[in-house]
Ligand binder design. Structure first.
Ligand code: F6R
Ligand code: MG
Ligand code: MG
Length: 380
């Protein structure tokens, strides 16, 4: 049967700064989404990581469905009212327009959805990251779907051995979706050349080359591009199908053991390690570090199992300790060099005003002419 999985996430308010939503806010959003079970959704799940709430909806209406998107939007509106009522910080932060008609894509919330032909058992993972950008998933996806040093299935399983197609989006282009398809393994170097730039080129989806099925989808909108000003980091969500003709769950999770450096962290303007955390984890040190959580589910005839919290395992405690070390190490150099993002990626405009002011104070010193060196031979 055809099943659509839609995850829509937004930050609509949090306690103690940009830290975590309140219980009341989460309950309000959940109660609202539950109305969808009257004919629209077959199931749903609501969870949070950092200050973001994610609504996972299961239905048969395909991607970009207006009724499904409106349900999520209205749930976030109801959540915003609850957040205002409690005086939460940043209430309604990610809802960039007053009223919605149709699709929430480009309106603030992050969206990742795909329509799949359900296998007889359909395990999948939902990732939710906070204090970072969509390109944060580039490296883990490259390693999981294209590198046999990470994914043994690329060598050992004939269906996986056919490789995967990466669809990459240029997120700086705002007049539409600028996309390129690259095949692994043939186009590996071209893929790496794009994916090194997490701020601009983002993996949007991945497709099996064995049977053409979609394996993964990532939310790729940039709040900064939509709103034209800082409104919070993009905090991307991602869905990944696993096992059999796709990489195994453990192969998808393994690259997160690197806790690689990503853009985001304090004021969306720094570089920090991506720390894998249990769901419901708050933000803390330097408004971070950037965090990612992962829930595992099976979906069967449109119904979800209960979620498994995949970064709760004791293995990840060591990774978290290493990530904390990496975070403190880069913070030791404050604003200097790669610790802070380049000007084009800064989420707050203050420094631009400083530079404009200083621009007027610069002066040009005339180039000095240097006398040629007089040697003994040139004199004689
Ligand atoms: C980063 C983030 C926080 C805020 C910071 C200042 O994505 O959300 O680091 O940028 O706490 O927030 P404001 O400007 O709301 O005081
Ligand atoms: Mg926030
Ligand atoms: Mg957030």
């Amino acid at each position: 049967m055809n099943t659509t999985l839609s995850v829509i996430k937004a930050d609509v308010g949090s306690i103690g700064g940009h830290v975590a939503p309140s219980r009341q806010l989460l309950d309000t959003v959940s109660r609202h989404v539950a109305h969808g079970l009257d004919g629209l959704l077959s199931d749903y799940f609501v969870g949070s990581t950092g200050d973001d709430i994610a609504i996972l909806m299961v239905h048969d209406r395909g991607t970009g469905n207006a009724a499904v998107h409106e349900l999520a939007w209205d749930a976030f509106r109801a959540g915003t009212e609850a957040a205002r009522g409690q005086g939460l910080y940043g209430a309604g932060q990610d809802l960039l327009i007053d009223s919605l008609s149709g699709n929430v894509k480009g309106m603030g919330p992050a969206v990742a959805e795909f329509e799949i032909q359900e296998r007889s058992n359909e395990p999948f993972l939902m990732f939710l990251a906070d204090k970072t950008e969509p390109g944060a998933y580039n490296l883990p996806l490259y390693l999981a779907f294209a590198d046999p040093m990470n994914t043994a299935g690329l060598l050992l399983t004939p269906e996986i051995n056919k490789g995967f197609r990466f669809r990459v989006q240029d997120v700086n282009y705002t007049d539409g979706d600028r996309l390129i398809d690259l095949n692994a393994p043939e186009d590996l170097y071209d893929l790496a050349a794009l994916l090194r730039d997490n701020g601009r080129f983002v993996v949007e989806s991945i497709w099996s080359r064995h049977h053409g099925d979609q394996a993964a989808v990532v939310s790729t909108t940039r709040l900064q591009n939509i709103a034209g000003k800082y409104t919070g980091k993009d905090d991307p969500v991602m869905l990944v199908r696993v096992q059999k003709q796709f990489p195994a769950t453990g192969e998808i999770l393994a690259p997160f053991g690197i806790a690689h450096y990503v853009g985001g962290f304090m004021r969306g303007s720094h570089v920090g390690p991506l720390m894998p955390v249990p769901h419901g984890t708050t933000c803390s040190y330097f408004d971070g570090p950037p965090i990612v959580s992962c829930w595992g589910f099976c979906v069967h005839e449109g119904r979800l199992t209960e979620p498994m919290d995949l970064f709760q395992h004791p293995f990840w405690d060591l990774v978290r300790t290493r990530a904390a070390d990496k975070a403190m190490e880069i913070r030791r150099q404050g604003f200097s060099g790669p610790a802070m993002l380049p000007y084009s990626e800064l989420e707050y405009g203050g420094i631009v005003h400083i530079l404009e002011r200083l621009e007027r104070r610069f002066s040009i010193r005339a180039a000095r002419t240097v006398e040629p060196l007089r040697t003994a031979e040139s004199v004689s």
